[in-house]
Design a protein around this ligand. Structure first.
Ligand SMILES: Cc1ncc(COP(=O)(O)O)c(C=O)c1O
Length: 604
């Protein structure tokens, strides 16, 4: 080869390499643009930043005035808190006592208790307003605790409770009777499975069904099948959406491992559609239709009410349009469209979100309520996606088996659930469903507005969230006033209220009265004091929190430097507890958020 030819070859190679690099860079930029601008859209950064947030907590004084409230307001808050704490001690004595022992043993309980409210306030709230998840009984739309207190249930068993607890008690009892002769024989199937499979095919209008133990497992299976059949690795999920606690669908905070195979894109965004159109590595798109209530935002827990911000607004037509466009792109690009209906399935309509929004998916996951009160996860899908082996390559399989899959007792309860779904009594619950819950939300909002209270509710049918119209660092206190009014919420607090469809008008009216009474008490006790909303926007609160964090870090650096200096000058002195320096203010650091060391700052 002469030198001209060599030069030509190298030039061509260089041009090709540059072109390839430019294409890659273009795709990278497109992907970056398709992520939501918030941290929820950037799980890796969110995780890095979360690792830097230090633990600090407020002493008795700052607890009541962390927003700069004047002395008289702080005193009102303190008095309100003490009254509430006394009420809790009087009414929930046995519950609280049992909870103390249980807490030592149950790591799950430790976690949920620590994350009920923003961590700066958490320990004091836990000590004085200890709420416990211990309950004794359920009946109608109410649950009772071990002290005999009755509550309207707004927790909804994480969405399982769609038709009322008595309904599920019957499903479990009758379902168990159906399969009792076989008992817990696993691996084989009880014949009721045939009815379940047939009904699920009809409901989902998909070809095949597989049974699993939880919603998380169903999602794992659906994603695994999509990867197997497309030969691609990447999973697209939308910003803020929950799909269970499995790593690949929960990148970022909460997942100790990096989830390298998922892209978190912005919901309802043109840029995301462009990424789906261009990339060749995407196996599936996961949609949790519950996100329609708060697109691009995470599950709205009270612990995240740092600056009081929480947005929610459901627009059915706009979300249906988005799903239709997603459907088109996925069909065009051979990407599996998965609707994760573990939460909303059967809640929005008997045919689920597919029917409600008028869009069909390739794979649909169900769970929660479908088990008739017992644990379950289900995948329904098009035949092409559901096959776990290849006829032409017998060793190439997509393995998924579980000891308890298709457990006879679960199949029995599910069979009852599905049979009941067809009865006129249950069908009647779906009549006017959306209108009923929209009317109830509007009526409550009207009362809140008339009362000049700074909160409203937004809803997706019977799934509600509370949002706040003015900035405050104390909105999370509302959950404790609601409890004192006899309203039971889950550990995420006011972010999610879940109603069962057996709430009659009178039940709802009682809930609305109590809700308004709780909000009035909260206002009376001064928690919603704002100097002037126009001069005290939410950004002020954010700035204040940032200042606290920086103050903490500078104190910490200073104490490390002082300790180093004294170690150089004197013999090492050991402190057995390793606690904060004497005289340090109590909002000083007492560990990191991931390993907080508890410190007793005394009573109120
Ligand atoms: C949409 C969605 N997918 C999956 C899951 C996980 O289900 P499970 O808790 O049964 O594992 C949940 C649970 O809340 C969910 O809401």
């Amino acid at each position: 080869m002469d030198s001209h030819a060599l030069t030509y070859l190298f030039a061509s190679l260089g041009t090709a390499a540059t072109a390839a690099a430019l294409v890659k860079l273009g795709q990278r930029l497109q992907l970056s643009r398709a992520k939501h601008a918030s941290l929820a859209g950037h799980p890796r950064w969110a995780k890095r930043i979360a690792g830097l947030i230090p633990f600090y907590e407020f002493d008795a004084e700052r607890f009541f005035s962390s927003d700069g409230a004047p002395g008289d307001v702080a005193a009102r808050r303190r008095a309100g808190f003490e009254t509430l704490a006394q009420q809790y001690r009087d009414r929930f004595g046995r519950t609280i006592a049992l909870n103390v022992d249980l807490r030592e043993a149950l790591s799950d309980l430790q976690f949920t208790e620590a994350y009920r409210v923003p961590y700066q306030y958490s320990r004091r709230v836990r000590e004085h307003l200890g709420s416990s998840p211990l309950l004794q009984s359920s009946c109608g739309v109410e649950v009772s605790d071990i002290d005999g207190n009755q509550f309207y249930d707004l927790a909804g068993s994480y969405g399982v409770n769609l038709f009322g607890y008595d309904f599920y008690k019957r499903c479990i009892e009758r379902g168990a009777a159906r399969v009792a002769e076989l008992g817990p024989v696993l691996g084989a199937y009880h014949p009721v499975i045939a009815y379940n499979a047939r009904r699920l095919r009809e409901i989902s209008r998909l070809d095949e069904v597989s049974f699993h133990m939880s919603g998380t497992e169903a999602v794992m299976q659906a994603v695994g099948l999509a990867r197997y059949h497309t030969g691609r690795r990447k999973v697209v999920r939308f910003c803020g959406a929950y799909h269970g606690w499995w790593g690949d669908v929960q990148p970022g905070i909460g997942n100790p491992a990096p989830a390298a195979d998922s892209y978190t894109l912005a919901d309802m965004s043109e840029a995301s559609l462009r990424v789906l159109r261009r990339r060749r590595d995407i196996a599936c798109v996961l949609v949790n239709p519950l996100q329609a209530l708060h697109p691009n935002a995470s599950a709205p827990a009270d612990s995240a009410l740092v600056d009081g911000a929480r947005r929610a607004c459901f627009q059915r037509t706009a979300y249906a349009d988005w799903l239709r466009r997603l459907r088109e792109v996925c069909t065009e690009r051979g990407i599996a469209l998965i609707f994760d209906e573990v939460f909303v399935g059967f809640r929005l309509a008997p045919g689920g979100a597919q029917d409600y929004f008028g869009v069909r998916a390739d794979l649909v996951t169900y769970g929660k309520t479908l088990g008739g009160g017992l644990p379950v996860g289900v995948v329904c899908g098009r035949r092409h996606f559901m096959r776990r082996f290849r006829q032409d390559r017998p060793a190439d399989v997509c393995f998924a088996r579980g000891t308890f899959n298709s457990h006879p007792y679960v199949m029995g309860a599910m069979c009852e659930f599905l049979e009941q779904l067809e009865t006129p009594a249950v069908q009647a619950l779906y009549a006017n469903l959306e209108q009923t819950w929209n009317d109830r939300a509007n009526a409550l909002n009207q009362r809140l507005a008339d009362g000049g209270l700074p909160l409203r509710v937004a809803n997706l049918s019977s799934i509600w969230t509370v949002y706040y119209t003015e900035p405050s660092r104390y909105h999370w206190m509302l959950q404790y006033y609601l409890r004192s009014q006899g309203l039971a919420l889950s550990w995420v607090g006011t972010g999610r209220l879940i109603f069962s469809l057996n709430y009659a008008e009178a039940d709802f009216a009682a809930v609305a009265d109590r809700f308004v009474a709780a909000a009035q008490a909260m206002r009376r006790d001064g928690w919603w004091w704002v100097a002037d909303p126009s001069t005290q926007p939410r950004t002020n609160i954010k700035r204040q929190v940032l200042k606290e964090i920086l103050q903490h870090w500078s104190r910490r650096l200073l104490s490390v430097a002082t300790a180093n200096k004294s170690m150089r000058g004197t013999a090492p002195a050991c402190t057995p507890t390793g606690g904060p320096p004497q005289g340090a203010r109590s909002e000083a650091i007492v560990g990191s958020i991931s390993s907080p060391r508890s410190r007793n700052t005394g009573d109120l």
